[in-house]
Design a binder for this molecule. Structure first.
Ligand code: AMP
Ligand code: GLY
Length: 427
């Protein structure tokens, strides 16, 4: 089988790595891939948003299955275009990807199907939202409707900061059309946890739970990032809770989308908050999470290519998905300055010194220049370790991190601390 993986981050490296272990897979292409992916797949210079070229490439190269990593091509309708040409592809169709592409759609959908989420109101003008906020209690969360590269949610503590956010999103349009509508929602407190699920639109099979670390600095301080590290499974979700998440959240979502003719085949990402009043959905994404994929896929015992084919063929109910015993941890190494401005092209030293059993270094923003690896993005590497215990995995991951360096490198020293209550010494 020939597979094309769309995307070029750590998530896609984890997907390619897992797919490459399948006896069903003979060849993997990645578009555009990255320097790490290029050691196990052929990278092709096509950007994930270029649906036309991706479809032409898949047709011309007789690709048997295309797997989509990032949300952009899914919300642009890559699945619809591939299927028009009878090409097999793993991911939701455009109308189903709206669950991530439009927060207004997602919130109204959750309300209609009684899926627990923060209470909310939708606004189309600055005046209406300000009128509402003047009579509300803080903190509140303000969100842009459309895609905003993970930066579209703002927690505001007072009227002044709320007005600044509304101006940026609705007037200055820092996220473009994504800011045409905004949502104001209740601020939820509690632990955040990610539950991913495989689905073919009829069967929904949840994966092991995981937890991302969104803030840049130790102790969950500083601005939000794409994710500075993750671990799986979490201790917070036991089997009984996972069953409830399936029954109350994942299945009603997929079955509701199906009922509306929104075909969903792929991965549903539920970002959940464990509040005093039960679990609530913070967000849905229409794909694997990053960095969550970097810890969840190493724990998957079963064959990802086989699961993916059964999803595309709508035969997921026949699959028996197995998970490894043990824990996985991923520490993201990021460029200095990230999530703000950062420089690229810094030589990465020490990758060849990481040879420990149980460690995989997934690449995100890396490039090869001659025989050297250099940085080419905000998040650069995901150092992932697997062990029988979480503490063991943390020890292995951080001892590998100690061997790698590039100018300006920053990372969190406390990944997994909520799971173990063990904080490493801050440097
Ligand atoms: P979103 O863009 O909806 O994925 O939100 C990004 C991040 O903002 C989430 O992962 C949470 O950490 C935080 N967040 C979003 N909505 C809420 C909420 N209603 N209450 C508290 N935190 C939130
Ligand atoms: N880790 C957050 C995301 O993938 O959206």
């Amino acid at each position: 089988m020939k597979i094309l993986v769309v995307g070029g981050g750590g998530r896609e490296h984890a997907m390619v790595w897992k797919l490459s272990q399948s006896p069903l897979v003979k060849k993997i292409y990645a578009a555009p891939g990255n320097a790490g992916i290029s050691s196990i797949a052929e990278c092709v210079e096509i950007s994930p948003g270029d649906i036309k070229r991706l479809t032409d490439f898949a047709e011309k190269n007789s690709i048997d299955l295309t797997m989509v990593g990032p949300e952009l091509p899914l919300t642009l309708g890559i699945v619809d275009e591939f299927e028009k040409r009878n090409l097999k592809i793993f991911g939701p169709k455009k109308e189903a990807a709206l669950i991530e592409g439009s927060k207004v759609f997602a919130k109204e959908f959750m309300k209609n199907y009684h899926i627990p989420t923060a209470s909310f109101k939708i606004f189309e003008t600055k005046k209406d939202v300000l009128d509402f906020i003047r009579s509300s209690e803080f903190p509140l969360v303000i969100k842009a409707d459309g895609l905003a590269a993970g930066k579209g949610a703002f927690v505001v503590e007072g009227l002044k900061s709320a007005e600044e956010v509304i101006d940026k999103v609705m007037v200055e349009k820092i996220f473009g059309e994504s800011g045409n509508k905004i949502i104001v929602e209740e601020f939820l407190t509690g632990e955040e946890v990610t539950v991913l699920a495989f689905t073919d639109g009829k069967t929904v099979l949840s994966m092991v739970s995981s937890q991302d670390h969104k803030r840049i600095y130790d102790g969950d301080r500083g601005p939000n990032t794409g994710g500075m590290g993750a671990y799986a499974p979490t201790l917070m979700i036991n089997d009984r809770m996972m069953e409830k998440i399936n029954e109350d959240i994942l299945e009603p979502t997929i079955f509701g989308l199906s009922r509306e003719g929104r075909i969903y085949k792929g991965v549903l990402y539920a970002g959940l908050m464990m509040t005093e009043n039960g679990l609530k959905v913070v967000e849905f994404n229409c794909r694997f999470g990053d960095p969550e994929a970097q810890v969840v896929l190493p724990l998957l015992e079963s064959d990802l290519a086989e699961i993916s084919i059964s999803i595309v063929e709508e035969e997921l109910e026949l699959e028996d998905i197995n998970w490894k015993e043990g824990s996985a941890v991923c520490v993201i190494l990021a460029s200095g300055g990230y999530p703000g401005d950062y420089e690229e092209g810094k030589e990465i030293i020490g990758l060849n010194r990481v040879k420990n059993e149980g460690v995989i270094v997934f690449h995100s923003g890396t490039k090869k220049v001659g025989d050297k690896f250099v940085t080419s993005g905000g998040r650069v590497l995901g150092v992932t370790a697997f062990d029988k215990t979480m503490q063991g995995a943390l020890n292995i991951a951080y001892s590998a991190v100690d061997k790698i360096n590039f100018e300006g490198m920053q990372y969190r020293h406390d990944i997994g601390y909520r799971a173990t209550n063990v904080r490493r010494e801050y440097f």
